[in-house]
Design a protein around this ligand. Structure first.
Ligand SMILES: [Zn+2]
Length: 415
């Protein structure tokens, strides 16, 4: 096949769709979703099926000590670093059919497309299923790719336990996926991850493909404001040291902050506790969970500064004590420009409607990008609903995303 034929090569969208449905039967729920949590019997069955499909198209399989599965299609020169793609097969307890699975099975479809057209690439190609991306059974999320990228060590990975006290290492061994190869990165030519958007933007903008240029930075805090408890009746308003009186303007000003740094800033207060938590007592203490996000690190840093300042400005004059505890800090990720270009070129030559966006959720690519040139491709997901049994996508978009992934991989692997 010459180069111009390669550029018009397409995947078989129907076959990819069928595979998505077959995989969804493993751990399928009554409501049409999937419960295939990491390292359960269902996860084992899903992995087995993935391996069976890859071996059928001539790939060799390697499993590392974190249970990450690598299906390798040799290239003309196997000393060259591979072009890699993949995502995860594990799901949330009430997860959907497409989150993660789509990226892995699109990889399988590409292996089969190359196999049936007998296409040789210069670089080898590897399709990867990363372990425990969801973090639903074992925390933290993205631990398989995290250990591989050197963010965590193997011992830490193996020692993670589920709610019943079973360790990740034990469960890997139990299902037969404790591999022998060390879980560590090796040189990679380029890495691509295809995923459903898990948000509403592509659907709203009526674009078929999202060219993902990075991942939002995220900062989590516990904000504690302390005052003085007193009776709700006899205590006049002006003498109170009431943390709620500071909270009201803090929330308002932080929402304004998000607006000022729009459209990409995110400010979320997902949890609040009051102590002692009685209807007729001014609370002594409130603890608020705060989540700030922005794809631009400088902007996120400035939001962090504003947040701390606003909290002080609203609490100090009211005689309240504040404490901001940092819970998590995940810096913004900017994907590799060449990999983003490869995706953009593919989308443009295929003629799909598209837009550039950032990922608001974490993905294996966050860690992979620390050690390899990486980018991501999104397709729309219905109403932006994900981590939900109702998660749904369109067959045409599934095929389009697969074609973009195929062309991005080919452009990196043929030379
Ligand atoms: Zn995912």
């Amino acid at each position: 096949m010459n180069k111009s034929d390669l550029m018009t090569l397409k995947i078989n969208g129907q076959r990819l769709w069928q595979r998505l449905q077959s995989m969804a039967e493993i751990g399928g729920t009554a409501n049409g979703g999937c419960n295939r949590q990491a390292l359960t019997d269902e996860d084992k069955a899903g992995r087995d099926l993935f391996i069976q499909w890859c071996e059928a198209v001539g790939c060799s399989i390697t499993i590392d000590r974190m249970g990450n599965v690598f299906a390798r299609r040799p290239g003309r020169n196997n000393d060259l670093p591979p072009v890699i793609t993949g995502s995860h097969l594990d799901t949330q307890p009430t997860g959907g059919k497409f989150d993660g699975v789509y990226g892995v099975l699109a990889g399988v479809e590409i292996l089969e497309t190359l196999h049936e057209h007998q296409i040789e690439t210069e670089h080898p190609i590897e399709v990867i299923a990363w372990t425990n991306e969801e973090g639903a059974r074992f925390s933290p999320a993205m631990i398989g790719s995290g250990v591989w990228a050197g963010v965590f060590n193997e011992e830490y990975g193996h020692s993670r336990t589920d709610a019943k006290g079973k360790s990740l290492g034990e469960e890997l061994a139990r299902i037969g996926y404790l591999g022998e190869q060390p879980a560590e990165a090796k040189p990679v030519k380029a890495a691509f991850e295809l995923h459903i958007e898990q948000g509403p933007i592509l659907e709203k903008e009526q674009k078929q493909i999202g060219i993902v240029s990075g991942v939002q930075g995220m900062r989590w805090y516990d904000l504690t404001i302390e005052g003085q408890p007193c009776h709700a009746g006899p205590s006049p308003m002006e003498v109170r040291k009431d943390p709620m009186m500071a909270l009201a303007p803090i929330l308002q000003r932080l929402y304004q902050l998000a607006e000022r740094h729009g459209p990409w800033a995110r400010v979320t207060f997902g949890d609040i506790k009051t102590e002692p938590g009685a209807r007729n007592t001014v609370p002594e203490r409130i603890v608020l969970a705060v989540d700030l996000r922005h794809p631009d690190q400088d902007t996120l840093d400035s939001m962090d500064q504003s947040f701390r300042r606003i909290v002080e400005e609203e609490s100090n004059p009211r005689g309240l004590k504040v404490c901001v505890r940092d819970e998590w800090n995940s810096p913004a990720v900017v994907f590799d420009l060449n990999c983003v270009d490869a995706v953009r070129d593919a989308v443009q030559s295929l003629g799909y409607s598209n837009m550039e966006l950032f990922s608001g959720a974490g993905h294996d690519s966050v860690y992979v990008s620390q050690v390899a040139p990486t980018s991501m491709i999104f397709i729309p997901c219905e109403k932006g609903i994900s981590h939900n049994e109702a998660e749904n996508v369109d067959l045409e978009d599934v095929a389009a995303g697969g074609n973009v992934l195929l062309q991005a991989i080919l452009s990196s692997a043929i030379r």
